[in-house]
Design a protein around this ligand. Structure first.
Ligand code: SF4
Length: 191
């Protein structure tokens, strides 16, 4: 099996979307169109770039300082088969943790193979009016769900506190902001 995955962006190492250093994959395509979404460029289903999964697996495996992968988007559950292939191929070589951000509610996806591969799922669509500036998720309707016990000990220190973190990554002469921005950062750099 060597499928492709339509991605919006990857960042090989970041510390703002989960515990420890992580490889971040943003998939392309989302139908929700949440008001205030900071990743509007990831909405178009046929946008982004098609990557061979085996190439992405190699990129992840060559990144030797990471503890895990975070998958965001876009909507990861539009790419279930490809993401299952990616995660299972990576885990044949390295025990990496997996965090998935999804606009779906956990009840809708909890029985899927992809959800079962995750260690943490952060679920629910973004509701701008419920943005409470707390860390690790965009609005307070979203839940940080420990699917496995891998991050149980560290998640409380990261989740639901004041003080969101972002990073600015150089990209072809400009900077991409990654992470969950505070409302003041959003007002300054996005709106
Ligand atoms: S689910 Fe996420 S990517 Fe999709 S529109 Fe909402 S905030 Fe944006």
């Amino acid at each position: 099996m060597n499928h492709t995955l339509r991605i919006y962006m990857v960042v090989p190492c970041s510390e703002v979307l989960g515990p420890y250093k992580r490889f971040i994959v943003w998939v392309q395509g989302c139908n929700r169109r949440c008001k205030g979404c900071i990743a509007r460029d990831s909405w178009e289903l046929d946008g982004g770039e098609l990557l061979k999964i085996d190439d992405l697996v190699q990129q992840i495996l060559h990144q030797d300082n990471i503890e895990g992968i975070t998958v965001s988007g876009g909507e990861p559950f539009l790419h279930q088969e490809a993401l299952c292939e990616l995660i299972s191929k990576v885990r044949k070589h390295k025990d990496l943790g997996v965090i998935i951000y999804t606009g779906m509610n956990y009840e809708e996806i909890k029985d899927t193979d992809l959800a079962k591969m995750a260690d943490i799922i952060i679920d629910g669509e973004y509701i701008e009016e419920l943005n409470d500036d707390k860390s690790l998720r965009g609005s307070c309707n979203q839940n940080v769900i420990c699917v496995s016990d891998r991050y149980c000990d560290v998640i409380d220190s990261l989740y639901g506190h004041n003080g969101r973190k972002v990073e600015f990554i150089p990209n072809d002469g400009r900077f991409d902001m990654i992470g969950i921005p505070s409302k003041s950062v959003t007002d300054t750099f996005i709106k």
